[in-house]
Design a binder for this molecule. Structure first.
Ligand code: NAP
Length: 523
């Protein structure tokens, strides 16, 4: 990994390099430049046309089961080359091996899940949304909803924090649906996406035009989307607003899915005593969420709601865990948390922490980058695990997403107060709640569910067994209301809806019966 690689894009069925250097991809532990990317001068209009004309028909000619096989083959290629991906993730994303596994194996696991899910759909070429209903006095005139693959390209614009998982979780749903895709990973970490796509293309496991990749800036890509295409975006709210308001996207009515930022919550139920399974599970999960991937997960816990009388014991227990978290070069086996991905992200996180500190006090970490043995603070992008405690009523805590290893403890007075505070996030991806009283947990699901896309309810019976607050499971819906973007991804076959057109078919019972034999039930 010594020479600086100038990353190419795979567009129109060939590899090509943009002009100059738009972005230097660095090692955030020491500032070394590892690769460069540029999308300048690349013809994205032609690339989209190629994908539409070649990839779309080739994929739509296959059945769901055949496409599921292709997805499985992509996963196999990635498994065969995994060691190289881990190296890149450590060097370019500052990942520890565990962080890298969440991204790399998360992507591979999601592909495998959709390969398994698609296989039993068999020969079908459409999905059946419901049963036929009678529409008139005549008994043989019926209506039925079918989902049929769209004829455009799935444009996937991804965030920097999951160059593997973000790429493949979207790919799995698009390809199984029969839509070709063009992925545009975030420039700062696109090296891993680039290497993975290069391996998949070299293995020739997908039809030509099914998979395209743009490494570098977005350029004029959005000027070329059509009404048949879809855009699935993951990233900040600011960029999301620009995409949704893009003149051409609006004019064409291109379908858009947004996965944006979020101030996720963890809530300790009233009456949970220290050193009980629910209390320990809560403390462990908050500390883990703060430090895994250095807190750069869209689902990470940012707000920690605790009964007022438990605030001190929770604070002490989380701070004690954070104190044991070894921060440093992710190449060292002892390191438990690496740097943020860039110095720009470090600055944004430290600015956000300073904002929170206007209304909260520090229990761990602080406003400045940590001093670490053997690490040059002028070149690296570290942020210390930072725990704050809100004093009085806060505002920034509910509105500021610090995209790093930072969370704030917020005391609540009673149940109603807790739910009202959680709702002040303005719509989030995820909340988790920890307690022994199942009736309270059921009320929490109803209350938190109104403003969150997913709720994890941990009672002692699953304190050790659950998959974690921040891990996105492909079986479950991913997305959140309000500021989280109102998006919907994954969730089993539901994740395929975005890539299909739901069509109401009105016709004779004989015709509808024939159509049903060529469609697989979606539920
Ligand atoms: P970002 O700055 O918004 O960038 C996201 C993507 O948009 C990148 O590929 C970026 O390309 C591209 N982009 C930039 N300007 C654009 C434009 N005008 N039109 C179209 N695309 C454009 O976000 P980020 O910093 O990479 O990611 C961090 C954010 O993502 C956090 O807020 C986090 O909460 C959120 N996130 C959400 C989820 C979720 O599932 N909800 C998952 C992960 C992250 P360049 O890199 O080339 O600029």
């Amino acid at each position: 990994m010594s020479a600086v690689e100038s990353l190419e894009s795979y567009l129109g069925g060939k590899w090509s390099r943009g002009q100059g250097v738009e972005t230097e991809l660095v090692d955030p532990t020491n500032g070394a430049v590892m690769a460069t990317a540029s999308g300048k001068g690349l013809d994205s209009g032609e690339a989209l046309a190629f994908a539409r004309q070649r990839g779309g028909p080739a994929l739509r000619a296959l059945t769901y089961a055949e496409r599921a096989k292709l997805i499985g083959a992509v996963a196999d290629v990635l498994i065969a080359n995994r060691a190289r991906y881990e190296e890149i993730a450590i060097a370019n994303s500052g990942n520890t091996k565990i962080d890298a596994a969440i991204d790399i194996d998360g992507g591979i696991g999601t592909l495998k899940y959709y390969a398994r899910l698609g296989a039993p759909l068999g020969e079908a070429k459409a999905l059946l949304d419901d049963k036929p209903v009678r529409l008139a006095k005549a008994e043989n005139f019926l209506g039925l909803h079918l989902l049929t693959a769209r004829h455009g390209v799935a444009v996937h614009i991804n965030a920097f924090n999951f160059p593997s998982w973000g790429l493949w979780e979207k790919a799995a749903c698009a390809l199984l649906s029969g839509m070709p895709m063009l992925a545009k990973p975030a420039s700062a970490t696109c090296w891993l996406s680039h290497q993975m796509v290069r391996d998949v293309i070299a293995a020739k496991v997908l039809p030509e035009g099914a998979l395209s990749l743009l490494c570098g800036g977005i350029g004029d890509l959005l000027d070329h989307v059509t009404a048949d295409d879809v855009i699935a975006f993951t990233g900040s709210s600011d960029t999301a607003h620009r995409i949704v308001a893009h003149r051409h996207v609006l004019a064409r009515g291109t379908r858009v899915n947004i996965e944006a930022d979020s101030v996720n919550a963890a809530l300790l139920a009233p009456g949970v005593a220290p050193a009980t399974p629910a209390f320990d599970a809560f403390v462990k999960e908050v500390a883990r969420e703060m430090t895994v991937k250095a807190g750069q997960k869209c689902t990470a816990i940012r707000r920690v709601f605790v009964p007022k009388e438990r605030a001190s014991s929770v604070a002490e227990a989380i701070a004690a865990r954070l104190a044991k978290t070894a921060v440093g070069d992710p190449r060292n086996e002892a390191t438990r948390m690496g740097p943020l991905v860039t110095r720009a992200q470090q600055k944004a996180a430290l600015d956000g922490i300073a904002q929170l500190a206007n209304e909260a006090t520090f229990l761990a970490g602080g406003k400045d980058a940590p001093r670490l043995d053997g690490i040059d603070a002028t070149k690296s992008a570290f942020v210390a695990p930072t725990l704050l405690k809100l004093e009085g009523d806060g505002r920034a805590v509910h509105e500021t997403e610090v995209f790093g290893p930072c969370a704030t403890i917020v005391s609540y007075l009673d149940e109603a107060h807790a739910f009202a505070l959680a709702g002040r996030g303005g719509g989030s991806l995820f909340a988790s709640v920890y307690g022994e009283d199942r009736e309270f947990l059921a009320r929490a699901v109803a209350e938190l569910g109104a403003s969150h896309g997913r709720v994890l309810a941990v009672d002692p019976s699953i304190a050790e067994a659950h998959t974690g607050h921040g891990i996105v499971m492909p079986q479950c819906h991913h997305g959140g209301p309000g500021r989280a973007g109102n998006g919907a991804e994954l969730g089993g076959l539901f994740g395929l809806r975005f890539y299909h057109q739901r069509v109401a078919v009105q016709g004779s019972s004989d015709l509808l019966a024939a159509l049903q034999t060529k469609a697989a039930p979606q539920h």
